[in-house]
Ligand binder design. Structure first.
Ligand SMILES: *Cc1c(COP(=O)(O)O)cnc(C)c1O
Length: 306
């Protein structure tokens, strides 16, 4: 059981209003999903939990998924599969033929196997023939799509809402493949408003993906959300000095670690949107901290960001 080594009971809500608005008439709180686990961090636990359950239910001995060479999803899957006694295979995008970066090294240390493919091949990740060729090579497997986003991820991420113990007007979340946003919409069930901050420059396809994910889980679609683009800093995993400085200053003042791919851009975006006057006095925002930074924990539970 995934709950045997993951600690969702560590999730807390922290008030960071004072760090965002000068007159604190807008309430800003952070739901610290990053506290769950150093590797199966943040949203990844919620995305994986029912997928692992389903893989084991189907007696699949192998799970195969897709991701980039620094994917948080791939690391989380590697660790979870190791703990659950399931073999994990990752198809990795790009020409990195040598698993030498910290992320792939970590996944390999969990026993994960890799298949490195070119960017062109990677585009075939949902193609029937390509998946069959992988089955010929690795044997049958339970397939978890890129980023772990499928209907079971929606089911898991809908449960994030249960951890919010206070009233709010807006939820804010970072978005890669959209599974987490779809899950939050399912959990909100049409109430309140979800602000989605894309971590990618191109996000036009995301509303379609989110609609499909919601429909595939429960045949429901939602419209109580809005994309807040303009905070990708040049694209996925790109950064600029302004972002790095914001992250450093925020971490110093709040003690809350951020990553530059997802949460850094989200928190920066919220701060800018408050300055631009998007929110009204009295509005209550809950930011979902989806994890994403790689960390170590010492015996006394202190966290060291890597
Ligand atoms: C994976 C990840 C996301 C993106 O989640 P999606 O469900 O793919 O949109 C957001 N934040 C962090 C920290 C992540 O690791």
């Amino acid at each position: 059981m995934i709950e045997n080594f993951i600690s969702p009971e560590k999730i807390v809500t922290e008030d960071v209003s004072a760090l965002f608005s000068t007159d604190s008439s807008i309430s800003v709180k952070v739901l610290r999903l990053d506290k769950i686990h150093p590797v199966v961090s943040g949203n990844k636990y919620f995305k994986l939990k029912y997928n692992i359950f389903e893989a084991k239910n189907r007696c699949s001995e192998k799970i195969l998924s897709f991701g980039g060479a620094y994917s948080n999803h791939i690391r989380a899957l590697a660790f979870t599969a190791m703990k659950e006694g399931v073999r994990a295979i990752a198809v990795i995008r790009g020409e990195e033929l040598n698993p030498s970066n910290y992320s792939l090294k970590y996944a390999a240390s969990c026993g994960m196997e890799f298949r490195f493919v070119t960017r062109q091949e990677y585009r075939l990740r949902n193609n029937h023939d390509f998946l069959n060729s992988l089955r010929e090579k690795f044997g049958d497997f339970y397939l978890v799509p890129e980023g772990g986003s499928n209907s079971l991820a929606v089911k898991g991420c809908a449960e994030i809402i249960d951890y919010i113990n206070e009233d709010f007007d807006y939820l804010a979340v970072s978005c890669g493949s959209g599974g987490t946003a779809a899950g939050l919409l399912e959990g909100l069930s049409g109430h309140k408003k979800l602000l989605i901050f894309p971590a990618l420059k191109r996000f036009e396809f995301l509303s379609d993906d989110i609609r499909k994910l919601n429909y595939s889980y429960n045949k429901r679609i939602f419209s109580n959300y809005e994309f807040v683009p303009g905070y990708d800093f040049g694209g996925y995993a790109k950064k600029k000095q302004e972002l790095t400085e914001f992250i450093e200053a925020f971490e110093k003042r709040s003690g809350i670690p951020l990553d530059f791919v997802y949460t850094g851009k989200l928190f920066y975006g919220i701060s800018e949107e408050i300055k631009k006057g998007r929110f009204r006095p009295g509005d209550r925002i809950v930011i979902i901290h989806t994890g994403g930074y790689f960390y170590d924990e010492d015996e006394s539970g202190n966290v060291r960001k890597l």
